[in-house]
Design a protein. Sequence first.
Length: 167
Amino acid sequence: EFPFVRGVEDILVLSLGTGSLLEISYEYEKVKNWKVKDWAKPMARISGDGSADSVDQAVAMAFGQSRSSSYVRIQANGTSLGRCGPNVDTDPSPSNVKMLIAIAEEMLKQKNVESVLFGGKRLADQTNFEKLDGFAAQLVLEHQRRSCRIAPTVAFKQPNNPKPTTP
């Protein structure tokens, strides 16, 4: 139990997305003879993107009006990520890691993308870096508040199981 949590406005959530590193379309003539194994990676990416968008919308809805300060999603908007190859997410080579770090630094400079309830997405006024910086400031403030409390932040509820009696 969390005795100091009165609602979602008392919770901080940071969601880190990968962005759409690849802009891929599947033309019928190219894929019509694909076997099941050929569809494995594309289907994983497609379903992953759909799940991420669904979760983002659901969490944004749950946070309602307090989502601008309590729920932060960092997601690349894909404007200049076109230099990624098809194995960008599975290639552990130093050159790929270096490129991913450069993409992350670029993503921090991009305007934050916010979910608008029943309205898709929009670019925020703040960059991803500014959003993360504000979020970190909230965490530091919360840490300071918690260090002054006498009561614990989390209370473990004891199970209500009666102990069996022995004859």
